[in-house]
Structures are given as C-alpha cells and as structure tokens.
Design a protein around this ligand. Structure first.
Ligand code: ZN
Length: 382
C-alpha cells in the first residue's frame, strides 16, 4: 500500500534583535457592503489607547459611509513598527477603495518607553531645518535604524547618518542559527481525512491552539499574514516542529482580486520571503483573502490555491457551540474547515471539534497532505 511520507529539516538564521511587537490586533470582516482588514500593533504603553481610539474612528466612519453603498468597498489598515532601545515608532497605513476610487492615509506615533512620553521631531534631532517645508503641527514621521521618514505629498527618507540625533537609534543585531526539525509523518491514504485551516493569524491565541492540537496528535494548516511573522516567530517555529503547515494569506490582508498584477505578486512574494527568513519554511499553499479568486490570481502564482468547503463563520458567531455545530454538522471525508486563530472562542471551539472528529474516525491532515493523499488515491484507482 502506498503511504504518504513527509519530513524535512529547516535551517535558518534568526535576528536576535528586540524589534518585535508585543502583540497584534486583527479585525477582519466580510459583509454585504464592505470588506475590512485591519492589523495594528499593541505596545503595552500609553500609545495603545491613542491608537485604538484612532482605529475605532476610522472603522466607524467607514462603516457609516458604506452602510448602504451599492458597491462592496474595502478598508485596509497595515502598520510598520520599530523599537530601538525603547524608542518606538509606528506608522499606520490606511487604504480605502470606495466606489472604485482609492485613497491612502497615514498616521504616525512615536514614543519613548524609558520616559513614558510621546516623541516629537524636536526630541529626535537638532536638525529641524529638514522639516521647514512641512506643517510642524501636523507632522507625520517614523524612524527605523537607518532612516527618518517624513510623510507628505512625497515621502522623504533621510539617512540617520546625515542627522545630528538627540537619541540613540543605533541598534546591535545578533544573528543566531536555528534548526527546525519537522517530524516525519506516515498517513494511510485509505483513512477518512479532514483538514482544519486557520486564517489571519498568528495571534496570542495560536500558541494555546497548537499545544492543544499537538496533544491530540492533530495537525492543521495556518494561512498567515506576512506582517505578523516577525512578532510570532517562536510560535511559528514551534508550529512547524509539531508538524503543522504554514500557508500564505497575503502580507496585510488586502483584497487580492482588486490589486493589479504587480501589487498582487508583491503581496505574495513579500509574505513567502518573510516566512522563509523567519522560519526557514517555504509555503506551498495560498488562501486568497476573503476567499475571492479570479484568473489573474490563478495565473500569477505557483502556489496551490486552497479554499474551503465548511465555513464556521467564527469571526461572526460569538458562541463556541455555534462554531462547533457549524464545523461538525456534516462531517465528510475531504472536508476543509475554515476558522480563524485570532479569536479566543475559536480555540475553545477546536477543543470540542477535534474530539468529535476523532470519535467519528477521521484524522486531521494539513491542506498539502490532503492534496497528496488525493493524488495517491487517484493513482490507486487507475
Ligand atoms: Zn482572511
């Protein structure tokens, strides 16, 4: 009998810098009038309330504007984050596509965690002539360990080496080598199989989820966002060690079918690259955002596109039992169940779903394993 055998060792070099966000908040919605994808960092500082307040305003006004719109309009919020020696710099990039015209906005936040105060441009550098042409009361800027970026009609990147700095933005980076040992698996292609899939993560609930799945001998596929990889690197490496699969779910959850070819490819490649860089693993599967596909997506990626045939709607239903019911009401060989590891209730639901799956004689496999098993079954039938 043919068996499905999988196993690899991954090697990677990881940066030991402290440039990771404490946590990331995620809000993904797909309604009749809107698709909304929002990701923003949590810093455990006074900035959190300020950012949350701004996000709420952006979200509420977008919902109000599109309450009865004829088109399905999009709001996307992505971020950049830097923490150098306790100096935090955040950029929020707000993208709206309403009635086929798009707009971009930026909000920036800079904070000194040593003194617990907001950083203004005059706290950063003595060279204030660089901002002469900008409105100082309405100045949006961020810094990295290489540049000070000022946002205006055009964005200006000023190398830090050209500036007389008031604070220390030099960063020591250490690189360490990590080996990720992915277990070898033998799967009986004749068994009944189900694929659990989780989108939009990782989050701070993912660790509990993978620990639970591992304790049950269960594997799943996690379709992750590129902009979260750095923050949850340890969780992702552990997830791979446990035998789970990582898939590509875009960099920042833009609605992929609305992007031109180049922007689409950038979303995919940037995500593949950061996953490779921080886990050593190269995803083989893609789940397009909001489950929307078109010929351009199909033609412009080599990744296997994986959708689902069971939707728990766990982003919408707040009741654990409803999620469990939706996941298990029609258990069938080949089911691909859609969930999101960005909700606490989903982790609780999985703890009830997995026992039901197992009691009914199914085993959980990853999306790629399911594909491989289906190929073996086809060969067996020839
Ligand atoms: Zn999603």
């Amino acid at each position: 009998m043919k068996k499905c055998i999988l196993g690899i060792i991954l090697f990677l070099f990881v940066c030991g810098c402290s440039n990771k966000v404490e946590d990331i908040n995620t809000l993904i919605e797909n309604t009749d009038n809107t698709v909304i994808g929002i990701n923003y960092p949590i810093t455990n500082t006074k900035l959190d309330d300020i950012i949350k307040n701004d996000i709420d305003k952006i979200y509420n006004s977008f919902k109000e504007d599109n309450f009865s719109s004829d088109n399905k309009n999009e709001l996307n919020v992505d971020y950049t984050y830097t923490n150098i020696n306790g100096y935090i710099s955040i950029g929020l990039f707000i993208y709206k596509n309403e009635d086929s015209s798009s707009s971009n906005d930026i909000l920036t936040y800079n904070y000194d965690t040593n003194k617990n105060k907001i950083l203004n441009i005059e706290d950063i550098t003595y060279d204030l002539d660089i901002i002469e042409e900008f409105d100082i009361n309405n100045l949006n800027f961020t810094f990295s360990n290489q540049y000070l970026t000022i946002y205006g009609v055009n964005n200006t990147n000023i190398p830090l080496s050209d500036l007389n700095l008031k604070i220390n933005l030099k960063q020591e980076e250490t690189i360490e080598k990590v080996n990720v040992d992915v277990p070898e698996k033998v799967i009986d292609p004749n068994g009944k199989i189900i694929a659990l899939t989780f989108d939009d993560g990782p989050s701070n609930y993912t660790n509990e989820l993978i620990e639970y799945l591992n304790s049950e001998g269960c594997n799943a596929t996690f379709f992750i966002l590129g902009n979260k990889v750095k923050t949850y690197q340890d969780t992702l490496i552990k997830s791979l060690k446990y035998g789970n699969e990582l898939g590509n779910h875009s960099y920042n959850h833009k609605w992929l079918i609305k992007l031109d070819e180049e922007s689409f490819k950038e979303q995919i490649v940037k995500t593949q690259d950061i996953i490779e860089q921080f886990t050593g693993y190269t995803p083989k599967v893609l789940r397009p955002t909001y489950g929307s596909i078109n010929s351009s997506i199909k033609n412009n990626t080599d990744l296997d596109i994986v959708l689902w045939n069971v939707d728990t709607m766990d982003w919408k239903y707040k009741s654990v039992d409803t999620i469990v019911k939706r996941a298990t009401k029609n258990l069938k060989d080949g089911n691909i169940i859609l969930m999101h590891d960005t909700h606490k209730r989903t982790v609780e639901a999985v703890k009830k779903i997995v026992p039901i799956i197992k009691e009914n004689g199914f085993i959980c496999v990853t999306a790629s394993e399911m594909k491989e098993i289906n190929l073996i079954r086809e060969q067996m039938n020839e």
